[in-house]
Write a protein that binds this ligand. Structure first.
Ligand SMILES: [Fe+2]
Length: 346
């Protein structure tokens, strides 16, 4: 590939004249904005150990009352982007949030889409768009763009969850903002039960209302886990035992920008994922797994989280020969597909 002229090849007076007119020569930067063959990625393979971060999160509970935090979160930041950017990948934000018994995180809504994956504790709930969603380990709760949400806790132990947002992308596009609101009236609970039987959904034929854009806001782990076990049993030859979190009315991704799925690694299984354009996040729900990304080997225990840059093959290995491992996966696939840049490399 031909070497291009550098900025300091140009006379200083010329560069100053360009700057004075808000002009920049492209050719010194052309190879960095359009690198040959594979994009430059700031996202690095990183693992966050839950055992290591948990004491610091609990300490935050002592140091900062909820009224002073609103959302008491430690952000899982990728050093490749700079910690101050608070992003795990180009489009993914991750945060571990702590809610103590009796605390309330007030109602707000915002443009970024969020989901929470419950990590530990019982008795907390998220109210989303008037629906009270109980939170138990492994449950996935959506708070899509523009929907009011707040968190309460009637239990006795700390509750922790992993927040996954598309905040970096929404912030980058200068569309990120929040609105504070008043406590919501609870009008529904456990609406996900309307979709708990395969192949039948509430029929809109005789009703006047239009279908809700986000008909299902809570995906109980007990159901996703049971679906994985029955898939593994009924299709023993399937390459990846994986279920996607989708809109049950139309089968599309459950949110617009990030995609979510759950994966079961059969006892002793090694699963090779091809290099794909989206960055990925893996959070271990149950069991033990090793995640190999480039030269890194991350040994995940329950509640550990790691991320992989795009265009990078990943190998997942169940560390147990006798028990399955269950992994929650978040990635940027819906975004890449909408942008037309989604790619799988052999
Ligand atoms: Fe929020």
């Amino acid at each position: 590939m031909q070497e291009l002229g550098r900025l300091d090849d140009l006379p200083l007076a010329y560069r100053e004249s360009l700057g004075a007119q808000n002009l920049v020569p492209l050719w010194p930067s052309l190879r960095s904005v359009l690198p040959p063959g594979t994009p430059a990625r700031r996202t690095q393979p990183v693992m966050w150990s839950y055992e290591a971060l948990r004491p610091l999160l609990m300490q935050a509970g002592e140091l900062t009352p909820i009224e002073k935090a609103e959302r008491r979160v430690l952000v899982l930041a990728n050093p490749g982007h700079g910690l101050e950017k608070m992003q795990a990948s180009a489009a993914i934000y991750l945060g571990m949030q702590l809610l103590l018994p009796g605390e309330w995180a007030p109602s707000h809504k915002h443009t970024p889409n969020a989901v929470r994956m419950i990590v530990e504790g019982e008795g907390a709930y998220t109210t989303v768009d008037g629906e009270k969603c109980p939170m138990s380990r492994g449950d996935l709760i959506l708070t899509p763009t523009g929907l009011w949400h707040e968190h309460g806790h009637d239990g006795k132990e700390p509750v922790v969850w992993l927040d996954v947002l598309d905040l970096p992308l929404v912030y980058y596009t200068e569309t990120s903002y929040a609105v504070e609101g008043k406590e919501q009236d609870v009008t529904a609970t456990r609406l996900e039960r309307n979709y708990a039987r395969g192949g039948v959904v509430p029929s809109p034929v005789f009703s006047r209302g239009s279908a809700r854009r986000y008909p299902m806001l809570r995906y109980p782990w007990a159901d996703a886990r049971a679906a994985l076990l029955s898939l593994a049993e009924s299709q023993p030859d399937v390459e990846a035992v994986q279920v996607a979190y989708v809109n049950p009315e139309n089968g599309s991704d459950c949110q617009n920008i990030l995609g979510f799925s759950a994966l079961m690694l059969r006892p002793g299984e090694t699963l090779n994922l091809p290099a794909r354009s989206p960055a990925m996040v893996f959070h271990l729900i149950e069991g033990g797994a090793e995640v190999a990304i480039e030269a890194n080997r991350f040994a995940l225990s329950p509640a550990d989280t790691c991320c992989a840059p795009g265009y990078t093959p990943v190998t997942l290995k169940n560390r147990s020969a006798s028990e399955p491992a269950f992994v929650f996966v978040a990635d940027e696939s819906p975004l890449h597909k909408k942008l037309g840049v989604y790619e799988v490399r052999a």
